[in-house]
Design a protein. Structure first.
Length: 470
């Protein structure tokens, strides 16, 4: 499970474009956060020269389009935070890379840095606002953050992680990291429970008990309280079901009439938190009813589940599947093919970078060969060295690369031919990658829903719990 956020990055006043980009990339590549750079990966750029490469693409954009936008977005950042203890840094980096690749469709250079300095492992992904083609920029479309969240869910599901359950458009969900601890409202609810355990006779008696605990009472149209360390008062009506002023008044009215046992305390509502095992594509209706979400939410959830069940049944019919084992095999095969294609594409990209580097080295060697020969003929003259220092050092660096290279070094023409051959393979693999990814997502979604219908997910979770208890 991963919570995501898309952030647009702008230039700061009084700073150059290069300085702004460097500040952001330096934070991402902080060795203390990435275990000395161990968990950093990139696409179409080198982490060591990412700032220069981003700047070069922006100059190319200005030359091609003639546009010089002011206050423009210089880059975008994706923050992807995972549930504590659910994932390793290596896998988190791989998922971050996959998320960035799919979200940008491979059209923008990006860098993924996995930070391990917090209890929850999280990715900082920065991608260039300017496309690799240099003729356009990324458009932050309407509801792009929601699209990013759905994409992250799918990738998490493909990798066997829990996913965040879809919510109605009007609902709000707050995620609290473990290390933050209880909020002031959580503490106030606990204080109310303690006060109720002393069996106050009325709502005023309850307020008196809260005063003894150190709370300041503020009376008015809406009664509110403030505890130690709080800057603002908290109204009872903001505490949730069972803790509002009206709910508590009704409780005491029922006690006076004898309709409610005095020992019964209001049920504590669940705190917002990272859900443990209920992030399914099908929603648990009984949980929704128990949480008192309301009839509107309940109706929405039922319709949502019915639609997904029908989709799963239609999918079975369309694909001619007759057993669950067939579905599981198809989903597994699609996932394996997707993983292989993904690895192939990364291999092609790695080889393309190697060829690019070798071609640049050959150019440098050829360009500076004559100067270096003159330097040798001069008897390694210090004066000659000072006059041609850059060319001599470039030649030496190129020679070192050739000396360290294993195997025969191909000619520039042969490397260029191989480059276009590998590029063609990469494009063909990426075309298939898109189709396989679509099939895999469909199979995985159908399998997920069928698992929930058959209760397979619950069975597996019960087995896990038994193993943990041993």
């Amino acid at each position: 499970m991963a919570a995501t956020r898309l952030i647009s990055l702008h230039m700061n006043k009084g700073r150059t474009l290069a300085k702004c980009l460097k500040d952001r990339t330096d934070y991402e590549m902080n060795p203390d956060k990435t275990e000395k750079g161990k968990y950093i990966s990139s696409y179409a750029c080198d982490p060591k020269t990412v700032v220069e490469e981003f700047l070069l693409s922006k100059r190319e954009y200005e030359q091609k389009t003639g546009k010089h936008p002011k206050n423009d977005v210089i880059a975008y950042q994706i923050r992807q935070s995972f549930k504590p203890g659910e994932i390793t840094p290596e896998k988190a980096n791989k998922i971050g890379y996959e998320t960035a690749m799919r979200f940008t469709k491979g059209d923008h250079a990006f860098m993924v840095s996995t930070h391990t300095d917090k209890a929850h492992i999280h990715n900082h992904i920065i991608f260039n606002s300017t496309a690799l083609s240099g003729d356009r920029k990324f458009k932050d479309f309407l509801l792009s953050g929601m699209a990013l969240g759905r994409l992250s869910n799918l990738i998490c599901m493909e990798n066997g992680l829990s996913v965040i359950a879809p919510q109605p458009y009007h609902s709000k969900t707050t995620y609290i990291h473990e290390e933050r601890g209880p909020t002031f409202r959580d503490k106030l609810r606990e204080s109310i429970d303690v006060a109720l355990s002393k069996r106050p006779g009325s709502f005023d008696d309850l307020l008196s008990e809260l005063s003894k605990q150190g709370y300041e009472i503020k009376r008015g149209k809406h009664i509110s309280v403030r505890g130690n360390g709080q800057q603002r008062f908290i109204r009872f009506r903001s505490l949730g079901d069972g803790y509002t002023e009206i709910d508590l008044q009704k409780k005491f009215e029922g006690i006076e009439k004898g309709t409610v046992p005095k020992e019964e305390a209001p049920k504590k509502t669940e705190k917002p938190f990272y859900r443990d095992d209920k992030f399914d594509l099908l929603l648990n209706i009984q949980d929704i009813i128990a949480q008192g979400k309301g009839p509107g939410y309940e109706m929405w959830a039922k319709k949502f589940n019915v639609k997904n069940v029908m989709k799963a049944i239609l999918f079975f019919q369309e694909k001619g599947l007759r057993t669950y084992d067939e579905l599981e095999k198809m989903a597994g095969d699609a996932s394996d093919r997707f993983s292989k294609l993904s690895d192939d594409i990364k291999g092609y990209e790695k080889r393309l970078k190697e060829i690019d580097s070798l071609r640049d080295t050959i150019k440098d060697y050829s360009r500076t060969k004559e100067i270096y020969q003159q330097y040798r003929q001069s008897g390694y003259s210090r004066k000659f060295f000072e006059e041609h220092k850059d060319d001599i050092m470039t030649h030496k660096a190129a020679k070192d690369v050739f000396d360290k290279h294993k195997g025969k070094i191909l000619s520039f023409k042969q490397l260029s031919a191989e480059y276009y051959e590998v590029l063609a393979k990469k494009r063909a693999a990426y075309a298939e990658y898109k189709e396989v990814r679509k099939d895999m997502q469909t199979y995985q979604t159908a399998k997920y829903d069928i698992d929930q219908i058959l209760g397979i997910g619950k069975e597996q979770e019960q087995n896990k719990n038994r193993e943990r208890s041993r």
